[in-house]
Ligand binder design. Sequence first.
Ligand code: PPE
Length: 309
Amino acid sequence: MGFDEMDVDSIWMDGEFVDWDEAQTHVLTHGLHYGTGVFEGVRCYETADGPAIFRWEEHLDRFYESGKPYEMDIPFEPDEITDATLELIRRQDLGSCYIRPIAFYGYEMLGLNPSDCPVNVAIAAWPWGAYLGEEALEQGVDVAISSWRKYGSDQIPTNAKTTGAYVNSVLASLEATGNGYVEAIVLNGEGNVAEGPGENLFLVRDGEIFTTGLAESILDGITRRSVIEVARDLGYTVHDQATISRGELYTADELFFTGTAAEVTPIRSVDDTTIGEGSKGPVTDDIQTTFFEIVEGRPDEYADWFTMV
Ligand code: PPE
């Protein structure tokens, strides 16, 4: 669904709320030319006590940290970004929604060194349903190994959520969907599994859970961290710094993606090879069910994962 069809009218930009259509920038913006921006994707869930943002503090921390390698000082305090976000959700009367903060080097001059450019900051929020489709959450998705490798952290820091770096994900996504798959799995420079274009990856074997480690060229996903904790709370053994070879994917009992947008999405085939029974496996089901119970029910033991709107 395009933005035109959504009931949204405001964006917070550089300290003030502006009309959705007025949230514009110059075509000679540094970030547009060189991808020098950092962003976040955060979900707010409708709960019995009203909308609650899932793991806002963690996303906010990552937002500021993403700027560090680019020497980007975000010219607003975390409290200001928080207040703006809460107000943005309230004034648009949004319940469950997706929140997109972005900071980028702006308009002043071009040339690679952005030091003289201002840093612009914007926050938008809109309704966003299941990332890979409602059906994907139940049936699982068909994925293919991308011919595009994930860049290493010695090329572009993979723990920073940098706008320009997402061209790698765009290539993987175009290739996968062009070939009739829903999503890709991207290998790292060593040829081992990194992650999806916009998701982290989990593997289940003999009842134990594995997810690719932080040194495998992945984004340190906040859903990943949450799922690791939830799985351990459920009693599973979780290997959270695993190296997963390509071959292990095909013989896994279960595979699933995690991400803010993708939530917990089962993978039912890789390169046309059926994974497990070709449907959502029992461990994936357990974790997915618990994940949705937490984000929608906000139980006491996970209350500190939420920021009430
Ligand atoms: N890896 C990548 C490359 C990635 O982009 C995401 C999030 C994750 C892992 C999972 O991270 P986290 O959301 O903190 O659990 N991708 C975001 C952007 C998706 C988009 O299409 O845009 C997201 O899920 O919001």
